[in-house]
Structure formats: structure tokens, C-alpha cells
Design a protein around this ligand. Structure first.
Ligand code: TYD
Length: 208
């Protein structure tokens, strides 16, 4: 069982995914919480190139390829072994982030970015993708309020970019409606958590 969480910055997915992880653990499930680059050394080295504020010359296609390479390494080193050992894997961002940010936001095209990612992941896609949908201006507002969260190079890009990203996620949720579940992330953390957890349990029990 492979579950990913997606959404624009400040949507709350990281907080809620951790709550889901802890509740599943308490219920006795074998569960791995992963996030790119996930403590995988090679993936971390790749991500340092991508997120470095000095790398303003980084080409969009290079960026998409680097995200795919980082993802591949996390899959091979952590996600595949966990899935093979019967773990539920919860992943904070996966292929859909590249489709939305690089494919939609940066204009590389969803199909192009999907192709390089299907190569990178050997066609592995999540069984369930939770989309924490929120108006990007509200998401960015939340980040500014939260001093613990460092704003990185990609955060600094314009709001219309985030609107494109959000709309691409929403398009993807229609295209891949069999694996997507859209949550209204402007609601309170507890409300969104309860709804997300209910969906996760449904999918784990096979009655989605
Ligand atoms: P991340 O470290 O996951 O931060 P957060 O989820 O807390 O926002 O992602 C950092 C940035 O990288 C974020 O702006 C989203 C972007 N990103 C992409 O553009 N493409 C991708 O494939 C991924 C995984 C992330």
C-alpha cells in the first residue's frame, strides 16, 4: 500500500501526514513515513543542487530530471524494500509534485514530465494520492506565520506560478480519479486529518 500526499506550500500535508503515520502506528500497522529526499544520501545531494538559492541558472528540464533522479534513489533504497516487507508507505510528495510544479507550473507539459518519471519509477504510482487543496495565497500566508519553516528558492516564485500548480493538481485529480482523493485544506487541521485518515483506512481495507 503506497500513499502519497500532495499540495502547494502551506497546505498542511506534512503535519497531517505525520498525524496519520502516528495513528496508524498506534493501531499496530507496519508503516513507513517517507519524504523526498528521505535521508537517502544521494537524493540529498541531488536536492541540494535543486534547492540552492544560488543556482538561479538551473534549467527547467534539468530540474525535472534531478527531481526524478532523487525520487528514483529514494524508491530503490527505501520505498521498494518497505513495500516488499508489507509496510504501508506514506510519502510526502511524489511524482504528482513534478507533474504539477515542473509540468504545469514551469510549463514543461504534464505528459513530458510523466514520461521521465515513469522511467524513473518503473511505472510505480501510489494506490492513493491525498490532495490537500488550498488557495495558494492562504498557503503562503500560513508559511509566513510559521517562523520554523524556512522559505526556499522555489517558495519565492510568484503566486501565479502556485495557482498554475494548484490547477494542475486539480486537473490530475480528475484525470486520475481512481487514485486521487481531494481534501479541502482550508479547514482546520483536525477536520482535514479526520477526513484523510478515514479515507486511508478505507483504502487499506480495500473498500475505496
Ligand atoms: P519539499 O521539500 O517537499 O517542501 P514542502 O513539501 O514542505 O513544501 O519541497 C520543496 C519544494 O520543491 C516545494 O516548493 C515543491 C518543490 N517540488 C517540485 O517542484 N517538484 C517535485 O517533484 C518535488 C518533490 C518538489
Amino acid at each position: 500500500m503506497f500513499i502519497s500526499a500532495e499540495g502547494v506550500e502551506g497546505c498542511g500535508k506534512t503535519t497531517i501526514l505525520k498525524m496519520i503515520y502516528e495513528k496508524l502506528l498506534k493501531e499496530g500497522y507496519k508503516v513507513l513515513l517517507a519524504r523526498e529526499p528521505g535521508g537517502v544520501k544521494i537524493s540529498e545531494q541531488i536536492r541540494n543542487i535543486i534547492l540552492n538559492k544560488e543556482n538561479t541558472d538551473l534549467d527547467n528540464r534539468s530540474e525535472a530530471l534531478l527531481f526524478a533522479a532523487s525520487r528514483r534513489q529514494l524508491l530503490v533504497e527505501k520505498i521498494y524494500p518497505a513495500l516488499n516487507n508489507g509496510y504501508i508507505v506514506l510519502c510526502d510528495r511524489f511524482v504528482d509534485s513534478s507533474l504539477a510544479y515542473q509540468g504545469g507550473g514551469k510549463g514543461l507539459g504534464v505528459e513530458n514530465v510523466l514520461n521521465i518519471n515513469l522511467f524513473a519509477t518503473n511505472n510505480t504510482l501510489p494506490n492513493l494520492t491525498l490532495l490537500f487543496d488550498i488557495d495558494p495565497s492562504l498557503g503562503l500566508e500560513r508559511i509566513r506565520e510559521n517562523k520554523n519553516r524556512e522559505v526556499n528558492r522555489l517558495d519565492l516564485e510568484r503566486l501565479d506560478f502556485y495557482n498554475k500548480v494548484r490547477n494542475t493538481f486539480l486537473d490530475l485529480s480528475k484525470k486520475y480519479s481512481n487514485r486521487y482523493y481531494v481534501l479541502d485544506a482550508s479547514k482546520s487541521i483536525d477536520e482535514v486529518f479526520n477526513e484523510a485518515y478515514k479515507k486511508v483506512i478505507e483504502v487499506i481495507n480495500g473498500n475505496n
